[in-house]
Every structure is written in structure tokens, then in C-alpha cells.
Design a protein around this ligand. Structure first.
Ligand SMILES: CCC/C=C/C=C/C(=O)SCCNC(=O)CCNC(=O)[C@H](O)C(C)(C)COP(=O)(O)OP(=O)(O)OC[C@H]1O[C@@H](n2cnc3c(N)ncnc32)[C@H](O)[C@@H]1OP(=O)(O)O
Length: 254
């Protein structure tokens, strides 16, 4: 049974192929991710848990464990590929965003939601520690460690207003229609800017999140020693001096 976008989580290979293709496609400058139907996602398809996760192959404990580990890496990769994609990913969340959905959105760059959205780190309720990114990324998204611990340990729902005040989302819209318009407008703003600048910004923000300030600055200098040679700097600066919108500048594909 594939219900309420649970299938999203079963489609690891599709996600990986899709974002790897986006990463290499110089026609694409930004991604907007949203869910169809009643909810953003109901999380993993619980009817798949028994067959996919609880029925591991292997002749003994070592082989069974190794196979489970391989499977978990595959699940993790479905979301890590979003973070590794150099194109910014804006995620638009409506209704429920449960379990694996929180893993997914934590790997995105900009989160926005509808007023009726709610978020639930549900894994403890199904007897497991969240294992595909929430526990690693959510503490870096939400400033309060205490709040992350509370959400992950109790599986309580967090509604849109708290998601906004805690920093999980940066914008809340009245309904899905308004949110999609807002998401596309934001994507348009990002896509209008130099792709060299935009992709370099995403990559360096993520690198710096995971490294010391000194390491981040070193990486940045090495990054920009080549990227500053782009014609995009002159084009963008010229437009700024002439008080023109970045949208008026034509940048080469990147
Ligand atoms: C280990 C690998 C790595 C990945 C880990 C991921 C972990 C997770 O994602 S944990 C979270 C798993 N998801 C859930 O626990 C969600 C459970 N469902 C709900 O809370 C509610 O059903 C929901 C809020 C989504 C919808 O509530 P509503 O009242 O609107 O509808 P229901 O009557 O409850 O549901 C309608 C039918 O859908 C079935 N269903 C809902 N969610 C799932 C699901 N995740 N998997 C399978 N089936 C689901 C529900 O049983 C109903 O079916 P039926 O009774 O046949 O109509």
C-alpha cells in the first residue's frame, strides 16, 4: 500500500538519480520541492517496514548487520544527495510532515510551510532512533538543542508557528496556493543571480556549518581563488552600479 506520499521514502534510487542529474544540469539553477495530495508526507510506508527493514538477508549476525548497514546507507543517501546538490533546494511543506519527511526537509536549504503544517520526529513511536539525517541535521537547523531533544525523544507534533519561531521554517503562508507562489517567487530571485555566486554560497555555507571558522575561511579562499575569475562578478557589479535588477543580467550557464 502506497499512501500519503510514503512512497517518496521508498524511492531512494529515484531521488539519488534525480538530484545527481540536477547537480550536473547547467540549465537548472534552483529546485522547489513540494508534496502532492493531502499532506507533504506521512513518512515511511509502515507496511514496508516489515519487508524492507525487519526482514534482513544474511546467514549470520555479521552478514545480517552488514546488509542492514548497506540498506541504511542507501536510505541516507536519498537525502544527503539533496544537501550535496550545488543547486539550492527550497522545500514547501503543507499539512503533515512526519518521520522521514523531517529527515528530508532538514537536508534542504530553505524551508517554508503553510499555516496548517505540522512536523513530527515520529521515529521513537515506531521503535527506532531516526537514522537518515534528522538527528544529525535538525540540531544544526534549530538553535535550541533542548527543543530538538524534546521533539526527537517525545515525538510530539510541532505546528507552523513554533516551526517559524524556532527557525525550522523561515516563512509561513496562509495556504498551499500562496506558499507555492511564494516558493516560486523566491526560486526566481535565486535563479536570477549569478549561478557561480549562488552555488558557491550553498557549498560554502554547508562546508562552514561542519567545520571551524578557520577551516571555513581557508576553504572559502581556495574556492574563490578560481571563482573570482568569473565574468559574473563584473556583470553583476555593473548592473548594481547602474541600479539594474540582477534579473536584467544574462549569465553564462554553469
Ligand atoms: C528505517 C528506514 C529509514 C526511514 C525511516 C523513516 C521513519 C518514519 O517515517 S517514522 C514515521 C512513519 N509514519 C507514521 O507513523 C505516520 C502514521 N500515520 C499518521 O500519523 C496518520 O495516518 C496521518 C496523520 C498521516 C493521517 O491521519 P488521517 O487521520 O488523516 O488519516 P488516517 O485514517 O490515519 O490514515 C489514512 C490511511 O493511511 C494509512 N497510513 C497513514 N500513514 C501511513 C504510513 N506512514 N504508512 C502506511 N499507511 C499509512 C492509514 O493506516 C490509513 O489506512 P486505512 O486504515 O487503510 O484507510
Amino acid at each position: 500500500m502506497k499512501v500519503m506520499n510514503s512512497e517518496l521514502l521508498s524511492s531512494c534510487s529515484e531521488m539519488v538519480d534525480c538530484f545527481n542529474e540536477i547537480a550536473m544540469n547547467s540549465d537548472c539553477r534552483v529546485v522547489v520541492l513540494s508534496g502532492a495530495g493531502k499532506f507533504f508526507t506521512a513518512g515511511i510506508d509502515l507496511t514496508d517496514v516489515a519487508s524492507d527493514v525487519l526482514s534482513p538477508e544474511g546467514d549470520d549476525a555479521a552478514r545480517i548487520s552488514w546488509n542492514i548497514r548497506k540498506k541504511l546507507f542507501k536510505f541516507q543517501e536519498a537525502f544527503s544527495v539533496i544537501e550535496r546538490c550545488p543547486k539550492p533546494v527550497v522545500v514547501a511543506i503543507h499539512g503533515a510532515c512526519i518521520g522521514g519527511g523531517v529527515d528530508l526537509i532538514s537536508a534542504c536549504d530553505i524551508r517554508m510551510c503553510t499555516q496548517d503544517a505540522w512536523f513530527q520526529v515520529k521515529e521513537v513511536d515506531i521503535g527506532l532512533a531516526a537514522d537518515v539525517g534528522t538527528l544529525q541535521r535538525l540540531p544544526k537547523v534549530i538553535g535550541s538543542r533542548s527543543l530538538v531533544n524534546e521533539l526527537a525523544l517525545t515525538a510530539r507534533k510541532m505546528f507552523a508557528d513554533e516551526a517559524k519561531s524556532s527557525g525550522l521554517v523561515s516563512r509561513v503562508f496562509a495556504d498551499k496556493e500562496a506558499m507555492m507562489a511564494g516558493a516560486l517567487e523566491m526560486a526566481g530571485e535565486i535563479a536570477a543571480r549569478s549561478p557561480v555566486a549562488v552555488q558557491g554560497t550553498k557549498i560554502n555555507l554547508i562546508y562552514s556549518r561542519d567545520h571551524s571558522v578557520t577551516e571555513g575561511l581557508d576553504y572559502m579562499a581556495t574556492w574563490n581563488m578560481s571563482m573570482l575569475q568569473t565574468q559574473d562578478v563584473m556583470k553583476s557589479a555593473q548592473a548594481a552600479m547602474e541600479k539594474k535588477s540582477p534579473k536584467s543580467v544574462v549569465f553564462s550557464k554553469f
